[in-house]
Design a protein around this ligand. Structure first.
Ligand code: C5P
Length: 226
């Protein structure tokens, strides 16, 4: 990081580790920008499906990724930003299990990842950036001064996801959620393009059994901001 660039805290880890909530809280507490990189993969998948592009058509997917017309609109109450695709609010549409799965399928394609790279780096603005994803510390912001890898047991992540889905009125079994998490972890960790793994200089935080406030405190400590 040069003395002129904004500082970055990267937070990588598997789904359900608490990353989304914690990065929002961190960004708010520090008054920094937030990059939800998973949303870009979800948006690419959603836009592809809506344009009838096959998830196996690499060239067409790259065109979709490169031409995404997306805006993240801050909400007044400090809630997660509204996600706007081609002028339409898709905040809820990108959060479905199907969209997450499609995102993880297209995320294995290196050329799709390349098409989204600069768009992610453009979020590095002053006073600073909290970047949430799978490869923030390893690929997108390799010079970030603070890198966190947030994890939790698959069982606990499934339980958290199950509770969220139940609260949203979705009827699903805990076993189905656990299986889904296992499949997604397996794909994210074993792909050749930017596999999910801690950067060599990342601080690993296991959030199993911790409250979100405890996780936030540990992240602040990791960033030397206590
Ligand atoms: O974090 P989220 O669940 O929104 O991400 C959806 C999918 O996008 C992940 O399962 C992963 O395959 C992919 N992803 C990625 N690299 C990132 C962020 C997300 O490959 N930096």
């Amino acid at each position: 990081m040069s003395e002129f660039s904004a500082p970055v805290i990267t937070v990588d880890g598997p789904g359900g580790s608490g990353k989304g909530t914690v990065t929002q809280m961190l960004a708010k507490k520090l008054g920094w920008h937030l990059l939800d990189s998973g949303a870009l993969y979800r948006l690419t998948a959603l836009a592809a499906v809506r344009q009838n592009v096959s998830l196996d058509d690499e060239d067409a997917l790259v065109r979709v990724a490169a031409s995404l017309d997306v805006a993240f609109e801050p909400t007044p109450e400090g809630e997660p930003a509204k996600v706007i695709l081609a002028g339409k609010d898709v905040t809820a549409d990108i959060r479905t299990e199907a969209c997450g799965n499609n995102a993880s399928r297209i995320a294995v394609i290196q050329s799709v990842r390349d098409a989204l790279l600069q768009r992610q780096r453009d979020f590095q603005l002053k006073p600073g950036l909290v970047a949430d994803g799978r490869d923030m510390g390893t690929v997108v912001f390799p010079d970030a001064p603070t890198k966190i890898f947030l994890t939790a047991s698959a069982q606990e992540r499934a339980q958290r996801r199950f509770s969220q889905l139940k609260a949203a009125g979705v009827s699903v079994s805990i076993d189905a959620v656990l299986e889904e998490i296992r499949v997604r972890d397996e794909r994210d960790m074993n792909r050749s393009a930017a596999p999910l793994k801690p950067a060599d200089d990342a601080q690993v935080i296991d959030s199993t059994g911790l409250s979100i406030q405890e996780v936030l405190d540990r992240c602040m400590a990791a960033a030397g901001r206590v």
